[in-house]
Design a protein around this ligand. Sequence first.
Ligand SMILES: Nc1ncnc2c1ncn2[C@@H]1O[C@H](COP(=O)(O)OP(=O)(O)OP(=O)(O)O)[C@@H](O)[C@H]1O
Length: 591
Amino acid sequence: MFKTIRLVTGHSGMLLNRAVLYTVLEMIANAAPIGLLAVVITASFDGNVSVRQLLWWTLLQIVMFAFQAIFSSLGQLEAQSTGSSAMKEVRLRLGEHLRKLPMGFFARRDQGDISQTLLANVDEVEMIVTHLFNQIAGSIVLPVVSSVFLLIVDWRLALAVLASVPLALPLLYASERLMKRRSLIRQEAAASVNAGLLEYVQTIRLIKAHNQTGKRFTRLDEAMARLRDDSIRIEASTSPLVMLFSVALELGFVFLLLVGCYLLEGGKLEASVFLVFMIVSTKFYQPLRSAGASLVQMRYMASAGDRIRELFAEAPLSEPERPERPASNNIAFDGVHFGYGDKKVLDNVCFVVPERSMIALVGSSGAGKSTIAGLVSRYWDVTAGSVRIGGTDVRNMRSDDLFAMVGTVQQQPYLFNESIADNIRMGKPGASIQEIVDAAQAAHCHEFIAKLPKGYDTLAGEGGAALSGGEKQRICLARAILKDAPIVILDEATASLDPENEVLLQRAIAKLSQEKTVLVIAHRLKTIKTADRILVVDHGRIAESGSHEELLASGGLYSRLWQEQQRLGGWKIKRGDQRQIYSRAEDSPGL
Ligand SMILES: Nc1ncnc2c1ncn2[C@@H]1O[C@H](COP(=O)(O)OP(=O)(O)OP(=O)(O)O)[C@@H](O)[C@H]1O
């Protein structure tokens, strides 16, 4: 549990100490009136109380209440600000850590599961820092102070009051252990509900399209039912133990009555002392009961901390001890083998992409093209062989240097729910609006952005929901152009474009390749016809390599794919003719 507190407070540990100090002072101010009360009761029994003394005691009581209020506010304020800033730091550290993890981690772990850790688990741990830790520290101080006081006043009665503590503690321990076990199960159930909800919202279009609403909802419903059952189970198993702990603790009061009556009977105890004990013991049991309940609750929150620590424990991509910088921007694959776990995907892949050239990767679906592109950015590490940039193995480069060198436009473009300008600016933080417009013009998206009601200030919608696939892809391309990285990877970047925009974009990409190293993945072969070299990937191997003309002449796989696409691509919808919807391309010179 303390590991969790240390993990989240980090450098702010000292601030938390200050919060605890305020709480301790608050509790001392809370306990002080007890001593005062004892003096008043004893003096009243002895019959020597003056009005002046009473006034002084009352004044002292008021001062203690004021101190209590001041220290309580200071403690809460300190704990809240420590907690909030510590959590902000933890989220940033987690975000940074996630960025450095290999992509294999994201293939293993569910998005919803990760977001549950980043959001809910961090919030739960924040509760420890802002409320529970303070509460527990405070609730322990009061009984400690009161028991010291009681021991001084009458050790026999004090021992009677304290006798129930060793009886109650094993029950608290059992409850804490049970909570530890059950909380992990409940955390997993909560993560699976979160994952289900996220998937449901993200795929709502698909679910509607396939009329799957009921079925998907059933799965979500089941996950929620599991969470409900686990929550009830936690409550049902730990609450009775916490309750028993309270009852066992209160048994001390019964011991006090028994011992007190016995001593009173034998004339070995003054009635005033007995009365003081009966009043003060309430200040002993009540805080201990709430400390016990908070401790069990804290155990649950600490399991959220375990999940955060687990995430931090995931090994990031290894960083070289002596980082190297590439001498140039060419890319070389040298005998690369790679597989996802046991599944072998690439087999002895060798090729070079010279600087200022465009190399295209083509091949059937699942052949391994995106995997090759991913290895350049070190999304994964090769199993054998090496991927080098400018002669330097990418594993010997600092990952930040590598990411800065490569600009990628993915198959599925993603836009953040920010303005279009900010989405493009991500490529170069701090870029002026003129630079953004220039990049948008190069990516042929300026025109449609300018026509939007708020132009570049239009919100893209989460995931770019408010834009078409082609528009999103062009904005992502503008982002990559603005990044101005020496290596550009376009993974099916023109897949969602209409023929007209595709031609324009081809020109932009061709221009890009005059200055940069460009690796393009495309299914539509006519979009990469002009590439300096085309690599045909087949079952994880480079099956053919050459220019468009050379590959056509060789009559191999590329040539067959080309013929096939020519045949299929020759069909188009003929406008204005309801009877003859499809027509051969050669019938239409406009194609
Ligand atoms: N994260 C992953 N975990 C396990 N297997 C994967 C993963 N990503 C891809 N694969 C598998 O590796 C093989 C190559 O996939 P890859 O995405 O590289 O092919 P591709 O040629 O780019 O396909 P496409 O043209 O359809 O995008 C496929 O069989 C695919 O199922």
